[in-house]
Design a protein around this ligand. Structure first.
Ligand SMILES: Nc1ncnc2c1ncn2[C@@H]1O[C@H](COP(=O)(O)OP(=O)(O)OP(=O)(O)O)[C@@H](O)[C@H]1O
Length: 271
């Protein structure tokens, strides 16, 4: 089993396609020709318009969805099902937190399932409660927490299980702008400290540049693919007011909207 201590957590995707069956005779070909290598310890962002297939790709990497074609390897082994080394962080923490458990109990849940002894469990939960800034809130229940605090609990719970890879599906999408910014800063801090491989889905260009070492831009579905990868060489923590940040924003935005308008024009032509 892989754990966070392993340095090699490379995900290799070749010619991957994902098709969904539809009610009629046709299929819905969401992803096509996805080719990507995500290196161990890398912070990789998948950026694309709504509905292009970002979550679908993340779910295939998580092992929740089967791929239709192509190859998907983690450390040279095929990914066929979910695994402990990959944890998913969803946009809405409510779906994953147990309302009848307090903050500490939620964070310790996976450790309890693994029969980690109470002393060790407390040591681990203390570490992550501190890391995500929830010290003093250990005994609160989810209903007593703000959206941002709940998302921190979800993150701490995932980290407590020490997965090597975090698959994050627009985890800050439902938060207000201020909380979102502080969670983004915190995630970068955690990533630097905990040395995880992160695949982060967003459709927010600014968020992508704030977080990612590389940003893979997806085209629209059907047959969505990663058509461009931008390497972000700006140092962390990144300054959204810096000229270099703004230059990159403009470059990616131009790419992004060019691709969308090309697709829309093609659709218009087809019509
Ligand atoms: N389980 C499923 N069955 C059938 N079609 C699906 C399923 N999951 C996703 N799709 C379709 O695949 C396409 C891509 O959806 P997906 O949720 O991956 O996009 P997304 O880029 O993550 O969108 P958003 O940014 O809006 O969350 C959509 O057309 C969606 O209807």
């Amino acid at each position: 089993m892989l754990t966070g201590q392993h340095q090699v957590n490379c995900i290799l995707i070749e010619n991957l396609a994902k098709t969904f069956a539809t009610a009629g005779p046709n299929t819905h070909n969401v992803l096509k020709d996805i080719n990507l290598r995500i290196n161990g310890g890398e912070f990789f962002v998948l950026l694309g318009p709504s509905g292009c297939g970002k979550s679908t790709l993340l779910n295939v990497i998580a092992g929740f969805f089967d791929k239709t074609a192509g190859s998907l390897l983690l450390n040279n082994q095929p990914i066929c099902e979910p695994g402990r080394e990959r944890a998913v962080v969803f946009q809405h923490p409510d779906a994953s937190l147990f309302p009848w458990l307090n903050v500490r109990e939620n964070i310790e849940f996976g450790l309890r399932m693994k029969k980690v002894n109470p002393g060790k469990r407390q040591e681990i939960s203390n570490k992550f409660i501190k890391l995500v800034g929830l010290a003093g809130h250990e005994n609160k229940f989810p209903r007593e927490l703000s959206g941002g605090m709940k998302q921190r609990v979800q993150l701490a719970r995932v980290l407590a299980n020490d997965p090597a890879i975090l698959l994050m599906d627009e985890p800050f999408g439902a938060l207000d702008a201020m909380t979102r910014r502080s969670m983004q800063q915190e995630l970068v801090r955690i990533w630097i400290q905990a040395k995880k491989t992160i695949v982060f889905v967003t459709h927010d260009i600014q968020e992508a540049i704030l977080l990612g070492q590389r940003i893979g831009i997806m085209s629209k579905s059907p047959d969505a693919t990663i058509y461009k990868i931008h390497e972000v060489k700006l140092p962390y923590p990144r300054d959204i007011t810096a000229r270099e940040f703004n230059d990159l924003y403009k470059k990616i935005a131009a790419n992004f909207f060019e691709e969308i308008s090309v697709c829309e024009n093609q659709e218009k032509l087809v019509v």
